[in-house]
Ligand binder design. Structure first.
Ligand SMILES: Nc1ccn([C@@H]2O[C@H](COP(=O)(O)OP(=O)(O)OP(=O)(O)O)[C@@H](O)[C@H]2O)c(=O)n1
Ligand SMILES: C[C@](O)(CO)[C@H](O)COP(=O)(O)O
Length: 225
């Protein structure tokens, strides 16, 4: 089955608060997004990769590629106003009717090729494969009266990416009005009625979101591969 990866990097990084889009910031001397793309190429050199970028940052990305001598065989796509719209724009560039599509946050540069492999293998069997990890901290539920209650953390998972799907399930699932609870692709496929299969993620597979995440990122980038 043909395998595709949509790497979404079309966001503005509001929570990072930096002038440079966070996906272009340097970690270990290299833009975050290049680390991410390299992990997918390391998994499978023949993977068809679609890179979603902010429409107004395309030139900046090509300039970065020149600066770092980074010329992967990938297709770039302009993003939308939300992550959901950016995934949709990536999907529109796939003309195949069948295949498997892994969607991954461009700002999760420490995903391992083995997680990517597992994600494709499970999606091929089950139709969906969502990367997730157990919670290390305790959690509390805030109710409508602003009171809080302890809950069983064993009943919850923290969801990561990649999130991989059968293309023939994913395309119609995304052909729907966007909902406020669509925080990831799994919520979109679930809304369309598909079963969601979880696979084991990694604690190093962090999403670089706020400035302190960059400190962790530098530490992970310094690790031997
Ligand atoms: N319109 C959007 C919004 C987000 N993303 C991507 O989705 C991933 C996860 O989103 P997030 O961490 O929230 O990134 P930003 O939207 O850039 O950050 P913020 O929410 O702080 O603005 C990122 O790789 C981001 O670039 C995207 O492709 N298109
Ligand atoms: C897709 C995701 O990374 C899974 O944890 C997450 O939902 C993205 O959320 P964000 O608010 O767009 O960063």
């Amino acid at each position: 089955m043909t395998k595709f990866a949509i790497i979404v990097a079309g966001g503005n990084g509001t929570r990072m608060g930096s002038k440079t889009p966070k996906q272009f910031m340097l970690v270990g001397g290299k833009p975050i997004l290049m680390h991410t793309i390299e992990k997918f190429i390391a998994y499978d050199f023949s993977l068809q990769i679609l890179l979603v970028l902010p429409a107004n940052e395309m030139k900046a990305w090509y300039a970065l590629c020149d600066k770092h001598g980074f010329y992967p065989a990938i297709v770039t796509v302009a993003g939308g106003n939300t992550r959901f719209q950016s995934v949709k724009n990536g999907l529109k560039k796939i003309s195949a009717k069948e295949g498997l599509v892994a969607v991954h946050d461009g700002v999760r540069p420490f995903v391992s090729p083995s997680i990517i492999a597992q994600s494709f293998e499970v999606a091929a069997q089950k139709g969906t494969a969502i990367t997730a990890v157990s919670l290390k901290d305790s959690i509390r539920f805030i109710d409508a009266n602003d009171a809080n209650h302890s809950v069983d953390r064993a009943a919850y998972r923290l969801v990561q990416t990649p999130q991989t799907f059968r293309l023939d399930w994913m395309r119609p699932a995304f052909d729907t009005p966007e909902q406020p609870f669509f925080t990831d692709c799994a919520s979109v496929l679930e809304h369309a009625g598909h079963p969601i299969t979880l696979i084991e993620g990694g604690y190093e597979n962090i999403k670089i979101t706020t400035p302190e995440d960059l400190l962790w990122a530098e530490a992970f980038a310094a690790q031997p591969t």
